[in-house]
Design a protein. Structure first.
Length: 357
């Protein structure tokens, strides 16, 4: 497949995905292969929660819409224009790339999957037990759109074998296993990361409402979810709690509510001081990783010192959210809307795949 052909296939996938949204999926004319795939995908979306209790239709639709917006011709062109693709070299150096995917949020491994195929390599995919259905369905759509992809995509249920390169995502514990097991292979090994927000008390209600999206989307399970707040001394959380009240319905979801009850009980039994609004607890803590239904916070005195701290801890942090208080921070409400060129852990996957022999 030429680069243009591969690009066009993913653009068609983007058009297919654009039809699906919560409560109003609409089959559009002119979208390829709808008769073969539309109804089955809609059914899969609604079955996803039975496969993984965190994959509610709302969260799955959000992930699908995010990819629909990303997979446009304009976005793909902007993304790949930063690289030099040599078709002859790609064919000569085609690699079998083992993908070990996470399953914390729907389609979390799709960017790695896309990157492998767009660079002319073959994907050997080990899905997470928490997300075994969405990506294989989309792979079937791509193969139906261009049957030559059938030789480029393999889902592996048993042991991964005959691979040249590895991209693996897991916890800090599994990452140590990956680093040992794949020590003789070129690899990208991703560990736990968390996202933070830096506030100064001048944020608008709209800013803080958008911050709620960064906290509660996917129930806080993603590495791009904000799990830690940095606030100035004597910061009042009243405006924050008022702004995030719109997300109160999260407590009606049983799995989230169970985590809220459990983690709150653990904190209280340990005599920790908590701020609590009935569906989210705030705890002062120096750690970046907070449990589900809780966000940690820490006071800062000097923004320059905090900038240095965050730079020092960069390997623990995925995103920083602020109103330009911190260099290279992103706007409130945007953590779960990364562009194709926003790489996990700031590791350029395309460059890695194009340059690794």
């Amino acid at each position: 497949m030429t680069l243009e052909t591969k690009k066009s296939v993913f653009v068609e996938l983007g058009k297919f995905l654009s039809q699906f949204s919560e409560g109003k999926s609409v089959k559009k004319t002119g979208v390829l292969h709808n008769e073969a795939f539309f109804d089955d995908f809609e059914k899969l979306i609604h079955l996803s929660q039975s496969h993984n209790g965190w994959y509610t239709p709302e969260q799955v639709y959000f992930a699908i819409q995010s990819w629909a917006e990303a997979l446009t011709e304009e976005n793909i062109d902007k993304w790949i224009s930063n690289y030099s693709f040599d078709a002859a070299a790609e064919e000569k150096n085609q690699k079998n790339v083992a993908l070990i995917l996470a399953g914390n949020i729907p389609l979390v491994g799709f960017h790695d999957f896309l990157s492998v195929l767009i660079t002319g390599n073959k994907a050997l995919i080990k899905t997470s037990s928490n997300d075994q259905h969405l990506l294989p369905f989309l792979a079937k759509y791509l193969i139906f759109a261009d049957e030559s992809l059938e030789n480029e995509i393999t889902f592996v249920e048993g042991k991964l074998e005959n691979f040249d390169t590895v991209i693996a995502t897991g916890s800090n514990n599994t990452a140590r296993y990956f680093e040992y097991y794949f020590k003789d292979k070129p690899s990208i090994i991703r560990k736990n990361r968390n996202s933070v927000a830096v506030l100064n008390g001048k944020e608008s209600k709209e800013d803080l409402e958008a911050l709620g999206e960064d906290i509660f989307r996917y129930f806080g399970l993603g590495c791009r979810n904000v799990s830690k707040l940095f606030v100035p001394k004597d910061y009042s959380f009243v405006a924050f709690f008022e702004a995030i009240f719109k997300y109160q319905d999260v407590i009606h979801y049983e799995k989230y509510a169970n985590n809220y009850d459990y983690n709150k009980a653990v904190f209280l039994m340990s005599n920790f001081k908590l701020l609590d609004n009935g569906f989210l607890t705030l705890k002062e803590d120096s750690s970046y990783a907070s449990p589900i239904s809780s966000v940690f916070y820490e006071f800062y005195e000097n923004i320059e010192d905090l900038q240095t701290r965050l730079e020092t801890d960069a390997e623990q942090i995925q995103c920083i959210v602020s109103n330009d208080l911190i260099t290279n921070s992103i706007a409130f409400g945007q953590t779960q809307n990364p562009q194709l060129w926003d790489y996990a852990d700031n590791v350029d996957t395309i460059t890695f795949l194009l340059t690794t022999k």
